[in-house]
Ligand binder design. Structure first.
Ligand code: AMP
Length: 210
């Protein structure tokens, strides 16, 4: 099954992608994680992407499309995959079509902007392995320390309040039109992002079957 998770930054796409991945046994492809890893290692891709990412802007379509094209060609994607954070523009959605990719379901996680702002202020990421935590919903066992690798947890630069507003603006202007694109194909399902992660997961899994 090939699945897309759409939604504003902080809507819970990464968290729900993990749940679906465990349920269906297919990998998650997060373009944000791929790009952050490239920035961490200082690769040419990372150097190209860093400034846009720090400012909360989208990385150019051709750069991200290249990342996804290479990743979905890998062996573990043969049975399907979950795209988290891609496509974020109609041009990216068209690029998937041009690659011959047939998407089975697009889950749109709906969360109000005010909730997003509150949620993102509590998000922390591991500077070592990139694992994601939240002070209210998914706290680490030891404050400020990653459960998985023991490195420090930090606030993502693009989660700082001024940048969050920019990212929400980008989402409304550039990513929301992607909903209509998939609605016209009959594969879009809208799910309210609930306060409790498990409640949202139940709705997401149901929407995958509907
Ligand atoms: P995310 O972790 O999905 O919120 O992504 C973090 C940042 O990576 C975004 O604010 C963009 O700068 C960049 N990015 C991730 N995915 C895409 C995409 N599909 N198109 C353009 N830029 C992206």
């Amino acid at each position: 099954m090939k699945i897309i998770l759409l939604g504003a930054p902080g809507a819970g796409k990464g968290t729900q992608a993990e749940v679906i991945s465990g349920h269906l046994g297919i990998p998650t492809i997060s373009t944000g994680n791929c790009l952050r890893e490239a920035v961490r290692t200082g690769s040419p891709l990372g150097i190209k992407a860093k400034e846009d990412m720090d400012r909360g802007r989208l990385v150019p379509d051709e750069v991200v499309i290249g990342v996804v094209k290479d990743r979905i060609a890998m062996d573990d994607c043969k049975k399907g995959y979950i795209l988290d954070g891609f496509p974020r523009t109609v041009a990216q959605a068209q690029a998937l079509d041009a690659m011959g990719v047939e998407i089975d379901r697009v889950i749109d996680l709906e969360v109000a902007d005010e909730t997003i702002k509150r949620r993102l202020s509590g998000r922390r990421v591991c500077e070592g392995c990139g694992a994601s935590y939240h002070l209210d919903y998914k706290a680490p066992k030891q404050e400020g320390i990653c459960d998985l690798c023991g490195k420090a947890l930090v606030i993502r630069k693009d989660d700082e309040p001024a940048t969050v507003q920019d990212r929400l603006n980008v989402y409304h202007q550039q990513t929301e039109p992607v909903k209509a694109y998939y609605s016209a194909k009959g594969v879009l399902r809208q799910v309210e992002g609930q306060e409790k992660v498990e409640d949202t997961s139940a709705l997401v899994l149901k929407a995958l079957e509907a």
